[in-house]
Write a protein that binds this ligand. Structure first.
Ligand code: FAD
Length: 552
């Protein structure tokens, strides 16, 4: 079999290595436009920050190594310009010599990735304005940094934007982050990003939300970024991280089906609309694992797995790709945000019914030194309790919980299963009731009717005069340090003796710091005949809805 693979990084290199392991006899040609194969795109921001000191560390494997170890026919600096489906050939241009030739294939795997978006902003081609995708981009940015940058502007507060900001600050550069939306990390629910936004400002990042770059202008001493709001930001370096678009030109010109957002359409075997052509990675439209709807998820894990599966199927194994959950993680200045499955906003957009709970546990036993708080949001189906999504923000241990919940989603588990999960515990690692168990208890209690809850978002959406009766059951000292406007303070330990002070004709929402005392108060009130609910996640959740300046 003659297998040609277009694109030699995450998806393409995985496919090539797997195909070779399955088929010693095949002729496998790996065609890559750039000079490098299988480099670590995910490490690029850390090289810029000096955290990864050696450029060579970013080269996971060299073309020569791929040739010797896997006997691959690697052709770097070679661009595939066209696919002739009838003749089953690809047209390749050798970018070093200019030679153009046709290469026949029996099977073709497209792994061309996605290109950074370059919106039509005036001045986008000025020197000093960059995007970041590969080692050549990183070399240009590094050269600019080494030439002396005092001020930088990063446009776009997604995963790459945040990583860039952290690394620029790490180099001592005065950095501004501009984001069109009213939050950082747009895939997350807004309230879950408040601690990350606060961390950025705490570390001196100037964060400008709900604004966008309208023009880049040359100025004395560098560039000026003109924002829609009229603000002008001086910088010697601008990096755009505003998203990516699938590299679908080859596929479109060859008449392969693409989705409305440009992703190459593939079936469960990762075949395109041509059964001899497979496609993987950032360039494809796949099925969302939770909703079953088409989705584009440009992440390294899915690209690598899809590359492997496409190779399996080229070799006749009939392996089905189960869909992508969008499990993702990012760190900035010691804080971590991670998610898996659906977000609340994506569920709302898809008109799916869901419930959400928040818990704020410590990452390990509170009595053991060094416990760090995290916020965990769990989204689940109101009828079956099936876990639909989770997000967590905090420090140590966020990754572990999201990974456990990613497995729970993949296994089709419900919140009742989360209650029962037996997870590793010793005081320095976790708690006998792990944060994942805690989220399960709260969610399952809600579905069983033991633990009625009111969401902060619902509470805040009601006009102040129509709001539920808010009962703060924390201590007077905690209440004095900050409370929800309009709340009445009755500490939980006094509640049983002060029930006479509470209204019987209104719903009472009890709250404490994180939800635990609020839960007990809710149980006391319910059993005393009151209409009561616990404000989900308590005052800590309420604070996630407050402006960043108030919590940083
Ligand atoms: P790519 O890895 O982009 O490879 C595609 C290759 O195809 C490119 O090298 C391109 O030159 C080549 N190509 C395209 N067209 C042609 C053609 N016509 N002929 C020849 N060659 C062609 N994901 C995570 O999950 N976690 C992270 O922390 C993370 N961090 C990232 C940080 C940065 C700075 C970047 C840029 C990406 C990051 N990603 C991360 C995303 C991840 O790198 C991608 O999802 C993954 O690389 C996609 O793999 P792919 O094979 O589809 O495309």
């Amino acid at each position: 079999m003659k297998l040609v693979i277009v694109g030699g990084v995450a998806g393409g290199a995985s496919a090539a290595a797997r195909a070779r392991r399955l088929s010693e006899d095949s002729h496998i040609v790996l065609v890559e436009r750039g000079p490098d194969v299988s480099f670590a795109n995910c490490g690029l921001p850390y090289y810029l920050g000096g955290v990864i000191a050696e450029r060579a560390k970013l080269l996971v494997i060299t073309p020569e190594r791929l040739q010797t170890r896997y006997r691959l026919d690697v052709r770097v600096r070679s661009n595939v310009e066209a696919i002739d489906r009838a003749a089953k050939t690809v047209r390749i241009r050798d970018l070093a010599t200019g030679r153009v030739y046709d290469e026949p294939y029996d099977k073709l795997i497209l792994a061309p990735g996605a290109a950074p978006l370059r919106p039509p902003i005036a001045g986008i081609d000025l020197p000093g304005v960059f995007t970041l995708r590969n080692l050549q981009d990183v070399d240009h940015i590094k050269a600019a940094l080494d030439a002396g940058v005092r001020q930088a502007v990063v446009v776009g507060a997604g995963f790459i934007g945040l990583e860039l900001v952290e690394n620029l600050v790490h180099r001592g550069i005065d950095t501004t982050l501009v984001e069109l939306q009213d939050q950082v990390l747009p895939p997350f629910d807004r309230e879950m990003t408040t601690p990350i936004a606060a961390t950025l400002t705490d570390h001196g990042v100037r964060l400008i939300l709900s604004d966008s770059a309208e023009a880049f202008e040359q100025a004395a001493g560098g560039l000026v970024v003109r924002l829609k709001s009229g603000q002008r930001l001086a910088a010697q370096l601008v990096v755009l991280g505003v998203g990516v678009r699938p590299e679908n030109k080859l596929a479109v010109e060859a008449g392969l089906d693409v989705g409305p957002r440009g992703g190459i359409r593939v079936d469960e075997l990762l075949r395109t609309s041509d059964p001899d052509i497979y496609a993987v990675g950032d360039a494809v439209e796949i099925k969302d694992f939770v909703t079953g709807e088409p989705a584009q998820v440009p992440l390294a894990g899915p690209a690598n797995r899809q590359g492997r599966i496409a190779a399996d199927n080229v070799c006749g194994r009939g392996v089905r790709y189960r869909g992508t959950q969008g499990t993702a993680i990012v760190g900035a200045f010691g804080r971590t945000a991670a998610m898996t499955g659906q977000s609340e906003k994506s569920l709302r957009r898809a008109s799916r019914s869901y419930r959400a709970v928040y818990v704020h546990p410590a990452h390990h036993a509170g009595y053991y030194p060094g416990a760090e708080a995290m916020t965990l949001k769990l989204l689940f189906a109101p009828d079956t309790g099936r876990v639909l999504g989770a997000q967590a923000v905090g420090g140590t241990g966020v990754d572990k919980r999201i990974d456990v919940l990613a497995v729970a989603i993949a296994a089709g588990m419900s919140v009742y299963d989360l209650e029962e999960l037996e997870l590793a515990y010793a005081p320095q690692y976790g708690s006998a009731k792990d944060p994942v168990n805690m989220a399960g208890f709260v969610a399952a209690g809600l579905l069983r009717g033991d633990h009625p809850q009111l969401d902060v978002a619902t509470m805040l959406a009601a006009p102040v005069e129509q709001r539920t009766y808010l009962l703060d059951v924390r201590t007077p000292a905690e209440f004095a340090a900050g409370h929800i406007p309009g709340a009445v303070n009755v500490p939980v330990d006094e509640l049983r003796s002060r029930l006479g002070e509470l209204p019987r004709d209104r719903q009472i929402a009890a709250y404490c710091q994180v939800g635990q005392r609020g839960y007990l108060a809710t149980r006391i009130l319910l059993q005393a005949g009151f209409s009561a609910a616990n404000l989900s996640g308590g005052y800590t959740t309420y604070r996630l809805w407050q402006p960043v300046e108030m919590i940083s």
